[in-house]
Design a protein around this ligand. Structure first.
Ligand SMILES: [Zn+2]
Length: 187
């Protein structure tokens, strides 16, 4: 019920936006558009209603393995908070366990939860890192994100093929050798 009202309110705002953009909102092709956009936006920002810490905490396993665990090429789709246009790409995550591991799919889900919010790539990188450090308490964690930004490609500087890379790390990844091992494995 709450959600239905939410969609309805969003849709009425989108109707007004389409009108302000100079379109005829009563044109046949646009009749259901406000409602569709509202639903799409709710989906693309559903990360606000999910807890990444909870996802990891529910799948913690005691394990003595103390080598690098790498989950690479995690596809994600996000929205830049400055233009609400998509940015998308791949996230690569590595951690070295300190008594606990988590399900590999859970790492991908954590990326997804942070991506399904209004974001900047830099903060998303940091949030994923902090979430894993806080819940798994590993010897170190490193996150690398490579992304393309529609707000750069469709407007403004119109740089078609530029990729933005961000990275952040904790603990043993402060050692250049450890970072190199990870970088070599994701190349
Ligand atoms: Zn932007």
């Amino acid at each position: 019920m709450q959600e239905e009202q939410n969609i309805k309110a969003l849709a009425s705002h989108y109707k007004e936006i389409i009108n302000l953009l100079g379109e005829d909102v009563d044109r046949e092709g646009l009749l259901a558009t406000p409602d569709r956009v509202a639903k799409a936006m709710r989906f693309l920002t559903k990360g606000y209603h999910e807890s990444p810490e909870e996802i990891l905490n529910k799948a913690l396993f005691k394990e003595d393995y103390r080598q690098m665990v790498i989950v690479k090429d995690i596809d994600f789709y996000s929205l830049c908070e400055h233009h609400m246009l998509p940015f998308w790409g791949k996230a690569h995550v590595a951690y070295i366990p300190n008594g606990h591991i988590t399900g590999l799919s859970k790492i991908a889900r954590v990326v997804d939860v942070f991506a399904r919010r209004l974001q900047v790539q830099e903060r998303m990188t940091l949030q994923i890192k902090e979430c894993i450090q806080k819940t798994l308490n590993p010897l170190g964690v490193m996150v690398v994100i490579e992304a393309q930004h529609m707000c750069m490609q469709m407007r403004g500087v119109e740089k078609q093929n530029s990729t933005t890379t961000t990275s952040d790390f904790t603990g043993v990844f402060n050692q250049a050798k450890t970072r190199e091992e990870f970088i070599n494995l994701i190349r």
